[in-house]
Design a protein around this ligand. Structure first.
Ligand code: HEC
Length: 451
């Protein structure tokens, strides 16, 4: 790929990154800070000597993206325009529209409002809110909340309380009691730090009959019909869950906490990890970013990395400073930032996706639609005309929308027959978003065979 083709893209960086500090929550930087390009207290922008080496990628990045503001305008913001709506959804996506909201992702927690708990990365988990119980002769200590779940429905019947309807609170430590049930309140406690003082504040309580199950690590409240609104309101407050992804790991205690963008540490930044699919050698759940758009070019990745590495403090004004390419450690080997360096090649990733999901039908002596996606020589066979739509190749390197196989995967209206992977039971089927993202990245980067 020509590195001079600096393309703009990637507001879709945001797509699917559900759960970020984009609404005006009290505790976190919101995307609504006033943007002030003049740093308070210091009128002059930071002095940065330009890169004077001869690496063409660095020179190109420096020419196109001199400051964080330029990077935001050229790469992050400009591509929002054709996809009006996506970047504007400040509820579900990190809001990257304005320089201030982009700047607010530095140091901001990730996965604050996840759409789906399985997509939360352990490193994004924060210390959970706590709860204590009182009433019916029981007075418990504050216990960290692992996660909370409301299951609507009538209590009673045969279902064991652990699986039945009600408000379920899973706890990091057991409630010390030998009772099976009691009538009383759960008091939800959050820690606030203001002016150097730590305050523990009860922000909600809920009164009901509580059943104690799983040796006290799980309590279930009955929710009468008149209490449903109250429970909904409680959940809307957004209880902070110490084990939001319910995998038994309390991220805030057991892993290094991760921010959306970590000043000084691009490789420890969640936004970047979602582009690469991994962080510190661990897979990051959720689909690859940018999902529905062109992957970043190498100069764009370099600008992003050098911006994050050199970002000073948490001031949005720092975006106006020149990006320090000269001292940027990634300027020594920018090619290593190529997203393909992370293995989105036929051999490292795509071949297996096809083998697992397509091999059952597209292999053997009489593969479906005459298309064998498994045996010797499969890579070469991807670059021939489709049978169903002979004006298109199955794979057109660099152009997913002209790749018939890809159109089958996304169930494009232009396809003949069923979307793939075909599911004979339901008539449709779909790869996971992550797999689709990989196939897209692979095609757009030239459908490369090897590393
Ligand atoms: C359960 C069987 C089954 C599975 C699994 C399956 N396919 Fe298919 N595939 C078919 C059938 C049957 C056809 C022809 C009818 C149709 O397109 O609906 C077909 C047609 C195709 C075509 C059209 C070929 C052409 O030359 O136009 C492509 C491309 C394709 N499949 C790709 C895939 C991919 C990629 C996967 C895995 C992600 C996959 N299929 C999984 C059964 C399957």
């Amino acid at each position: 790929m020509s590195t001079s083709a600096v393309r703009s893209k990637a507001c879709y960086l945001a797509l699917g990154l559900v759960g970020v500090a984009c609404r005006g929550g009290a505790n976190y930087p919101s995307g609504e800070l006033e943007f002030d390009p003049t740093r308070p207290g210091a009128d002059e922008p930071r002095e940065v000597a330009p890169y004077d080496g001869d690496d063409e990628i660095v020179l190109e990045a420096q020419a196109h993206f001199r400051t964080g503001l330029e990077f935001h305008t050229e790469v992050i913001w400009r591509t929002c325009t054709p996809f009006d709506g996506v970047c504007h959804n400040s509820k579900e996506y990190p809001d990257l529209r304005t320089p201030a909201s982009f700047a607010a992702t530095f140091g901001a927690p990730c996965n604050v409002q996840p759409g789906d708990f399985t997509s939360v990365y352990d490193g994004c988990e924060r210390p959970g809110d706590r709860v204590h119980f009182d009433g019916g002769g029981l007075e418990s200590a504050d216990i960290e909340i692992a996660y909370v779940e409301y299951r609507p429905g009538e209590s009673g019947g045969d279902t064991a309380p652990a699986d039945g309807p009600g408000l379920h609170i899973h706890l990091a430590h057991p409630v010390a009691t030998d009772r099976d049930e009691f009538w009383g309140s759960a008091n939800f406690v959050r820690r606030f730090v203001a002016d150097g003082d730590v305050h523990d504040t009860v922000f909600e309580s809920f009164r009901s009959t509580w059943r104690i199950v799983d040796d006290g690590r799980h309590v279930v409240a009955e929710v009468a019909e008149y209490q449903v609104d109250r429970v909904q309101a409680l959940l809307e407050v957004g209880i902070v869950e110490g084990d939001a992804n319910r995998n038994g790991v309390f991220g805030a205690r057991e892993t290094d906490p991760v921010s959306l963008l970590e000043p000084g540490a691009p490789e420890h930044s969640y936004l970047i990890a979602r582009m690469r699919g991994e962080l510190d050698g661990h897979d990051v759940p959720g689909s690859r970013m940018p999902l529905a758009n062109q992957p970043f070019t190498v100069p764009e990745m370099l600008a992003f990395f050098c911006l994050v590495e050199g970002f000073e403090g948490l001031s949005s004004a720092a975006l106006a400073d020149p990006i320090d390419y000269r001292n940027c450690s990634y300027a020594d080997d920018p090619e290593s930032l190529n997203l393909l360096g992370d293995g989105v090649t036929w051999e490292k990733r795509i071949r297996k996706i096809f083998e697992f999901n397509c091999g059952g039908c597209h292999s053997g002596a009489q593969p479906q639609a005459g298309l064998d996606l498994v045996s010797e020589g499969v890579y070469e066979r991807l670059f021939v005309a489709s049978q169903q739509s002979p004006e298109l190749q199955l794979i057109e390197p660099g152009d997913a929308e002209a790749s018939y196989l890809y159109l089958k995967l996304i169930n494009d209206p232009a396809i003949t027959g069923n979307p793939m992977p075909f599911n004979p039971l339901t008539g449709d089927g779909r790869l996971t978003e992550g797999e689709l993202g990989d196939v897209l990245t692979w095609i757009e980067n030239g459908a490369i065979e090897d590393e």
